[in-house]
Design a binder for this molecule. Sequence first.
Ligand SMILES: C[S@@+](CC[C@H](N)C(=O)[O-])C[C@H]1O[C@@H](n2cnc3c(N)ncnc32)[C@H](O)[C@@H]1O
Length: 184
Amino acid sequence: MISIIIPIIAETLVCLGAVSILFWTIRLGIGPTPTSYKVRAAISDILPDHVRGDVVELGCGWGHLIPLLQAQYPHVTIQGWERSPLPALFTHWSRKVKVVRKDFFTADLSNAGLIVCYLYPGAMTRIQQEIIPQLPSGCWIVTHTFALSGCEPVKTLKANDLYQTPVYLYQVRDTLHPATPARH
Ligand SMILES: C[S@@+](CC[C@H](N)C(=O)[O-])C[C@H]1O[C@@H](n2cnc3c(N)ncnc32)[C@H](O)[C@@H]1O
């Protein structure tokens, strides 16, 4: 009997997990696709040496960027925001980091020193309109693949991958306009 029930329970859980991920992928407009190893290497190279404030990853997915943030900023509070429940729980438990399971557009980012994200063009537009105006001056933003349109990055690197994926570093120079070039 147990040999029948356990596989049924396991299959049901796998199906529920897949449905949950699909549901949130459709709802959010993007799935928990991890940043690749080669892009992570470029991100490591572009991260600022020092940040004044918290490190916040918007849409932390399965947490692939968390270890490099923890290594670079061992004494800084690191927080992930992730709406999709399974990736959020996985990242919280496996990476030992606080993950807020809410829409990051509702986050209070007034104490952020560095924002990290890998999203899609529509979300980048909303970040520009809704998040950047509330960031403190001096806050850094690291993103890859999709840029903040109309903003001048402080630095751009290309990952050593097939797509030469661009990785961007921005800095908020006043509360409304993030794009004035600054020294890294
Ligand atoms: C492409 S994945 C990136 C995952 C991770 N940052 C990485 O680079 O490996 C984008 C993640 O953002 C999450 N996401 C998208 N919009 C969100 C929102 N408004 N609030 C919270 N999470 C969101 C998605 O669920 C997805 O897991």
